[in-house]
Write a protein that binds this ligand. Structure first.
Ligand code: ADP
Ligand code: MG
Length: 224
């Protein structure tokens, strides 16, 4: 089943008199259980593509569907609801809540959903990511790389059907970067998720099922 589907999607921005074509007309889909990489130079449209997939912005033309349901054509409120239930975001700037401990960053999701915290799952995720000792720490007490791993744990804890990661390994050393990608690959396979990872790092694409290259707003599949 298609987890994400773009049909004739483009995105333009107006900058004074000029139109920036951040994403040119794109048809694209990801099946459940697939791990997709998107590579390409800075400013080529990767983040635009990812935020369209996650409904953080809407296309200028065309339509984005998730799980065969209309998504980009829905109003902001229903998009937010779908996003919350279905999508785990790992963004470049790991946006943690400054006044919550690491553990509570994860449990925030339970609070919103009015569910009981799954302590076992929290411990398991934090251990996998090598940050179990940081449970009681606040974001400003840990390093940038550690904050990024907390953001990853938080995105996975919600058990989303779709994982969207924008350069999730940018602030990590290479050993940690490989570990993080391994975790994303395993989550994708074991739990039949659809994952899109934007990355600069060519070494990471070995873990992916499909690789796309973004250039000047044009997304092309890289043939193996
Ligand atoms: P990448 O993630 O590959 O670095 P982006 O998707 O961030 O690229 O940007 C693609 C192009 O769209 C760039 O030229 C960028 O300046 C432009 N762009 C992105 N977002 C906006 C915006 N909100 N307003 C105006 N231009 C934007
Ligand atoms: Mg970007």
């Amino acid at each position: 089943m298609k987890a994400i589907e773009f049909s004739s999607v483009d995105k333009q921005f107006l900058d004074g008199d000029t139109t920036i074509e951040a994403l040119k007309k794109t048809d694209f889909s990801v099946e459940k259980g697939k791990f997709v990489a998107v590579i390409g130079p800075s400013g080529s449209g990767k983040s635009t593509f990812l935020t369209l997939a996650g409904g953080l912005q809407t296309p200028t033309n065309g339509e984005v569907k998730i799980n065969n349901q209309s998504f980009s054509t829905e109003n902001e409120k229903s998009r937010a609801k779908l996003r919350f239930a279905q999508i785990g975001f790992i963004l470049q700037a790991s946006n943690l809540v400054p006044f919550l401990t690491v553990e509570k960053q994860l449990r925030l999701v339970d609070k919103v959903k009015k569910e009981k915290a799954d302590t076992k799952k929290i411990n398991e995720l934090l251990t996998q990511l090598g940050i179990e000792k940081l449970k009681k720490k606040y974001p400003d007490e840990i390093s940038g790389g550690e904050r990024q791993r907390v953001a990853i744990a938080r995105a996975l804890y919600n058990d989303p059907a779709i994982i969207l990661a924008d350069e999730p390994t940018a602030s990590l050393d290479s050993e940690r970067a490989f570990e993080v990608v391994e975790i994303l690959a395993r989550e994708t396979k074991e739990k039949n998720k659809a994952t899109i990872m934007v990355t600069h790092d060519q070494r990471l694409i070995d873990y992916c099922d499909e690789v796309y290259v973004m250039k000047d707003g044009v997304l092309k599949k890289q043939e193996p």
